[in-house]
Design a binder for this molecule. Structure first.
Ligand code: AMP
Ligand code: MG
Length: 476
């Protein structure tokens, strides 16, 4: 085996990790591998093509000296609390430590039923696993913190959904799988020592600067608030809708996790929902910041006993930190908009300029990505009409006195030219599941370079035809 796995999480927190073995797939074969990620992890990419890799990464054979575990967690799903979720169809193989001492979880999704499977079959089908792979890589290329995928393996078994579908396992790489829901599970046991051990592990792994504080657990909470405010601002800046922001799908690390019914919005509207399971619009595009804050309140509740012995003191300290979420999110979002509009300094009125742009896009039903991208073209002479907004922006730009061609070039480095468009992604997945990955590979390679303008990419650069009722389905 070209790498060694550690198990610091399972060792430190045995109450949150249940030893379990994957179901042996009947005829596993590699569908897709990620050589670039392998290299980053210090794994020889050539190894991914070997039978040993297929056996190890499908869970068919244990990796020397390791014991896979199913992780325990709870969570609020669409606002209602489930005390026991956990990895129902997933397993943590272990942790890889890179040469530069970064630690990553190697995790399987679709590896068979576990004690937490409840009514589920423990399986995953190929389409949704390819979708998670593609979305994660696209987000990574956009510079947005995310879990990634090392491989997709076909199991050779069929999975029963509305129809029979090819089964698959996704090999997921994450800086950890500690979620808000993990803290909820630990707190619900009533064992404060378990919550403390989890918090200590999370601090050491993700937010070590919290140790410099005389209130490390409050500082941990503060760090998670900061990292989630930053993450959700990034989502909104690119029109990303997560789709299932349950507390079990929100990480402590600040990485995007669990790509199920997610999508990129194609016509600006804060109420946009794609997910077939989000009927109330709880996780609509524009609601993501407030849902993020709601989830963080659930995290705060689990930490109160660590923050202060006096419950009132603890609650008021946590509430104060939670209250910073809005301004932190806003500061990140406005800073992102400023860069995208080619502005380098902050001036009074910038917030209104940003908000008015979004309002204008909404009123006109315009696409965020391609319209933002067209603003550099506007500076180069191809005028963009946004009902007077463009002229206000140009007046504002002029106050900085920078050369418009320089500004335009800088804008093109931060306004994506291509993102995963719903129709293109769906078509690529359909042909991939039917056995032809040509289109899927083309999308992957184009999305790896989101910022360079080039011809022939209308399907990724421009919004698809308005498709009322377009729905994405959960990662089953
Ligand atoms: P998700 O909505 O994908 O975040 O999953 C929520 C919970 O349902 C987690 O505990 C999953 O492990 C579990 N789950 C989802 N699909 C399945 C399945 N097919 N079999 C067993 N458990 C599942
Ligand atoms: Mg999940």
């Amino acid at each position: 085996m070209p790498f060694r796995l550690e198990a610091t999480y399972a060792r430190a927190l045995p109450a949150l990790a249940q030893s379990w073995r994957a179901t042996t797939p009947s005829n596993p074969s590699m569908v897709l591998t990620n050589p670039a990620l392998a290299t980053e992890l210090g794994i020889d990419p050539a190894w991914l093509g070997t039978p040993e890799a297929v056996a190890a990464l499908s869970g068919a054979e244990a990796i020397d000296g390791t014991e896979p575990v199913a992780l325990l967690y709870a969570g609020h799903q669409f606002g209602s609390y489930s005390p026991r979720l956990g990895d129902g169809r997933a397993l943590l193989l272990g942790e890889i430590v890179t040469d530069d001492s970064r630690r990553f979880d190697l995790h399987l999704k679709g590896s068979g039923r576990t004690p937490f499977a409840r009514g589920g079959d423990g399986l995953a089908s190929l389409g949704p696993m390819l979708r998670e792979y593609l979305m994660g890589e696209a987000m990574h290329a956009l510079g947005i913190p995310t879990t990634r995928s090392l491989a997709v393996i076909e199991t050779g078994d069929s999975v029963r959904r509305e129809t029979m579908l090819p089964g698959a396992i996704l090999v997921r790489v994450a800086s950890s799988h500690i979620r808000v829901g993990t803290f909820q599970y630990a707190a619900a046991t009533g064992d404060i020592n378990l919550v403390r051990a989890l918090a200590d592990h999370a601090i050491a792994r993700h937010h070590p600067r919290a140790l410099e504080s005389d209130q490390p657990y409050l500082a941990l909470f503060d760090a998670v608030v900061e990292t989630q405010a930053a993450l959700i601002a990034e989502w909104l800046l690119v029109g990303f809708i997560h789709g299932v922001m349950n507390t079990d799908n929100m990480t402590i690390s600040g990485e995007t996790i669990d790509y199920g019914p997610c999508a990129f919005m194609e016509r600006v509207d804060p109420l946009t929902v794609f997910s077939s399971i989000d009927q109330g619009g709880r996780y609509a595009f524009g609601r993501q910041p407030s849902i993020g804050q709601w989830n963080l309140a659930r995290l705060a509740e689990t930490l109160l006993g660590l923050i202060d012995d006096d419950p009132e003191q603890a609650a008021s300290a946590a509430t104060e930190v939670l209250g910073t979420f809005g301004e932190r999110f806003s500061a990140r979002w406005h800073a992102g908009m400023r860069a995208r509009l080619g502005l380098t300094e902050h001036r009074d009125g910038d917030e209104t300029l940003n908000e008015d742009l979004i309002a204008t896009l909404h009123e006109r039903g315009l696409d965020l990505i391609s319209t933002m991208r067209s603003l550099s073209t506007h500076l180069r002479g191809a005028r963009v009409d946004l009902g007077g907004w463009t002229e206000r922006w140009e007046t504002r730009l002029a106050t900085e006195g920078r050369e418009p061609m320089t500004v335009a070039a800088e804008m093109d480095l931060v306004n994506p030219f291509v993102v995963p468009r719903n129709l293109a992604v769906q078509q690529a997945l359909d042909t991939a599941v039917a056995g032809d990955l040509t289109e899927f590979h083309r999308l992957m390679s184009e999305l790896a370079d989101p910022y360079t303008q080039r011809d022939g990419l209308d399907d990724l650069a421009l919004p698809g035809p308005a498709a009322p009722g377009f729905r994405t389905f959960c990662g089953t």
